[in-house]
Design a protein around this ligand. Structure first.
Ligand code: TRP
Length: 342
């Protein structure tokens, strides 16, 4: 593996290993990671501890997805020679930082965090209003995410829009720490992608496994074609030559991402009633398949070599610990809790 340049700025970002990644992840975050990997020293965290806050009763699911999530990142084009892949639970310094940071955040601030608030509302819908579904660990995951980012002294965190409140919370924790114990921790910045949030094929504002409205990086051709055939179109269009509005059609919405070169023609044909939905969907499916081709090829390469993916995680995690160990020493020194050292 090539040596890291000391003067490069650092990226830390990551995913919960709870399922395969979809094109929402690709446009929302993975694409940016790929673009930035030459310029930044890039750390990709496989956030299993965070995944367990929701899945503590199903550790098997998290276990199964450690390699899958890593493979999705590699398939998207992250180069294992440049990026460092890290398993969160194997970095004890993250857990230590989480404990120290917990004192710097109030419970009500966590409850007001918009990401947490939305997720708690979703839990209540699923499990009833008792609030018993919300554990201490779950409520505190923004604190552990602050620990993830700062354990590496990251300069930049490329994320999707839904993650912004977590980065804001990280910034607050860093400021609080630095004002209490002296300037120690770097305040990170975030980077949003050009596509903030990708809607599902059904028009739902979120793409997700449980909603069945997502195209996965690992989907085969037939699955992609079938999913695109089911996409919601302008409901006022009945016949093939009826004019329609591509701005209220999910096929039009996806053409904006996958058919950029031909977009003007597609939209004007649609508006003029010169474009049937069947052929329009076929064109979209073709373009998605074409775009995902290199991703699928790389995925296949790694799927056939699980031991290689395991080795990437193992060596990456070892390498990462050198940094997190150094940082925790600094944090303890600032807090003056390095009692037995002179
Ligand atoms: N919360 C992120 C998600 O659900 C995953 C994550 C964990 C992360 N730690 C992080 C993202 C640190 C950016 C930085 O996708």
């Amino acid at each position: 593996m090539s040596e890291l340049k000391e003067n490069k700025k650092r990226i830390l970002t990551g995913d919960r290993p709870t399922g395969k990644l979809h094109i929402g992840h690709y446009f929302g975050s993975l694409q940016n990671r790929v673009k930035l990997q030459d310029e930044y020293e890039t750390y990709i965290l496989v956030a299993d501890v965070q995944a367990l806050t929701d899945n503590f009763n199903n550790p098997e699911k998290v276990r199964e997805n450690i390699l899958q999530t890593t493979m999705d990142n590699l398939a998207a084009g992250l180069d294992p020679e440049k990026c460092i892949f890290v398993v969160q639970s194997m970095i004890p310094e993250i857990a230590e930082l989480t404990v120290f940071y917990s004192n710097l955040v109030t419970v009500s601030r966590l409850q007001r965090n918009p990401t947490i608030k939305t997720e708690i509302a979703q839990k209540k819908e699923l499990f009833g209003n008792s609030g018993e579904s919300v554990t201490y660990g779950f409520l505190g995951y923004p604190v552990s995410q602050a620990a993830d980012i700062t354990a590496f002294n990251a300069d930049l965190v490329p994320v999707g829009e839904d993650q912004l409140p977590l980065i804001e919370q990280t910034k607050e924790i860093v400021r609080k720490f630095n004002s209490l114990y002296g300037d120690t921790i770097k305040e990170p910045n975030y980077l949003l992608s050009e596509y903030k949030r990708i809607k599902g094929l059904d028009g739902n504002s979120k793409m997700g496994k449980s909603l069945g409205n997502a195209i996965y990086l690992a989907d085969d051709e037939d699955t992609i074609r079938e999913k695109v055939r089911g996409a919601i179109t302008d409901t006022t269009k009945i016949r093939k030559d009826d004019p329609a509005n591509p701005d209220i059609c999910m096929v039009g919405y996806y053409h904006k991402m996958f058919s950029k070169e031909n977009l003007n023609t597609i939209c004007s044909e649609c508006r003029e009633g010169k474009r049937g939905c069947v052929s329009c969907k076929k064109e979209l499916a073709d373009n998605i398949i074409e775009k995902l081709k290199p991703i699928k090829e790389r995925r296949k390469y790694y799927e056939e070599r699980p031991e290689l993916v395991q080795e990437i995680l193992k060596s990456g995690t070892e390498r990462a610990r050198k940094i997190t160990k150094e940082n925790i020493e600094k944090v303890k020194a600032s807090m003056k809790i390095n009692y037995l050292e002179n």
